[in-house]
Design a protein around this ligand. Structure first.
Ligand code: IMP
Ligand code: MG
Length: 181
């Protein structure tokens, strides 16, 4: 796998600092809420990020999962999201939802998902992403919590994949262009 990595963009120490900083903010922002917090983990890419982040959140929380996709087997976004696995929870008005995502690109996935969950009357819906590529935005969307903004490059590792591979790399790296072009 390492030979396919152009260079390391965010190493393990920096990832640890990012999750600490985000957890501090989340701990502060939700500490006075009277509703239980649900971390809504978006499979599969945010799994590694979410598991590191949640260990640093010192509030009572519950976990739920959704699987959505806006990408096929390539690196270009396909206009709309598909829901492959839906949230298995009723009475969302009783919860604060914090959506955990790996990366925001066009912004379509999280803007649609946020809208969907607001329409289901969640008490609050916020978004937390490890990475953001603001230069790629196609819809008006800004995450509430963001680990790092990055340039328009295809990244893998720490949960992020290319064709389902590289998720287990412990760092975020830039994928060599020759692998996907
Ligand atoms: P959006 O709907 O265009 O914002 O797409 C977000 C999704 O695209 C993420 O959840 C990732 O699955 C995928 N994605 C976008 N950029 C990258 C990347 O650089 N590496 C891996 N996946 C990416
Ligand atoms: Mg994804």
């Amino acid at each position: 796998m390492l030979k396919d990595v152009e260079r390391i963009l965010i190493d393990e120490k920096e990832l640890d600092e990012i999750t600490s900083r985000l957890a501090d903010k989340i701990n502060h922002d939700y500490k006075d809420s009277d509703k239980p917090l649900i971390l809504l983990i978006i499979l599969k890419g945010s799994l590694v990020f979410a598991s590191d982040l949640m260990k640093k959140i010192n509030l009572p929380l519950e976990l739920e999962f959704m699987k959505v996709s806006s990408y096929g087997a390539g690196t270009k976004t396909s206009g709309e999201i598909k829901i492959h696995l839906d949230l298995m929870r009723d009475h969302l008005e009783q919860y604060d939802l914090l959506i955990i995502e790996d990366i925001v690109d066009s912004g379509r996935t999280l803007s649609r998902l946020t809208q969907l969950l607001k329409n289901r009357n969640a008490n609050s819906v916020r978004t937390c992403t490890l990475l953001d590529k603001p230069s790629r935005r196609e819809v008006d969307f800004a995450p509430d919590y963001c680990g790092a903004q990055i340039a328009d490059e295809f990244v893998i590792g720490y949960g992020l994949d290319y064709n389902e591979k590289y998720r287990n790399l412990p760092f975020v790296g830039i994928l060599k262009r020759e692998i996907y072009s």
